[in-house]
Design a protein around this ligand. Sequence first.
Ligand SMILES: [Zn+2]
Length: 237
Amino acid sequence: MASMLERPERALVVFAHPDDAEIGAGGTIARWTREGTQVYYLVCTNGDKGSADPEMTPERLAAIREREQRAAAEVLGIKEVVFLRYPDGELEDTRQLRGEVVRAIRRFRPDVVLCPEPFRRSSYQHRDHRVAGRASLDACFPYARDRLHFPEHEREGLAPHKVGSILFWQAEEPDVFTDIKETLDLKVKALLCHASQMSNPGRDVPQRVRENAQQQATRSPEPMEYAEGFRKVEFRR
Ligand SMILES: [Zn+2]
């Protein structure tokens, strides 16, 4: 299988918290939107636990993080951002969540869905990431494809949709890669929109992004300086 990632016409990014998409796939998304891909965001939780500030309340934080996420999406050229606003840390793999991912797939009709790797074995991960990744995989196959799942969508005027493939970021064994040298700066710029999540943004973020992209590039069979890697699962047509 070729390890260079092809650019899709339409992509849906499903993630747990404001900033996950930028961390996991910001360089790839920036590259795609620049070259004409329509990219949509589905943000599952409101991120209302992500603060150590003793003065912060969940309500204020949720509002701040939604603003930050809209700004980051603007930097990356996202067409539309949908917020599900589940409480941070309380995302559950329910019929309701799967239905909401399926609805987004049937609305935006992506060739590719991007989301967190739900099956990490040798390292820890946030529970919400695991839930978002698993619900996304199930939503792609078989739920979005089969019209008798979530029949209420048909009444909303939405048709079933077959997703071509799913890309998991932060995978332990990535097998496809994007060269993000040209969009590394945009990834940093988008991440810096999430100011509530940073203590020393100007210094730490560019360095962390660069080091992470270099590290991922070492795993690509094609020579790259800066990369984002994904595990790809293709759905049979
Ligand atoms: Zn997260």
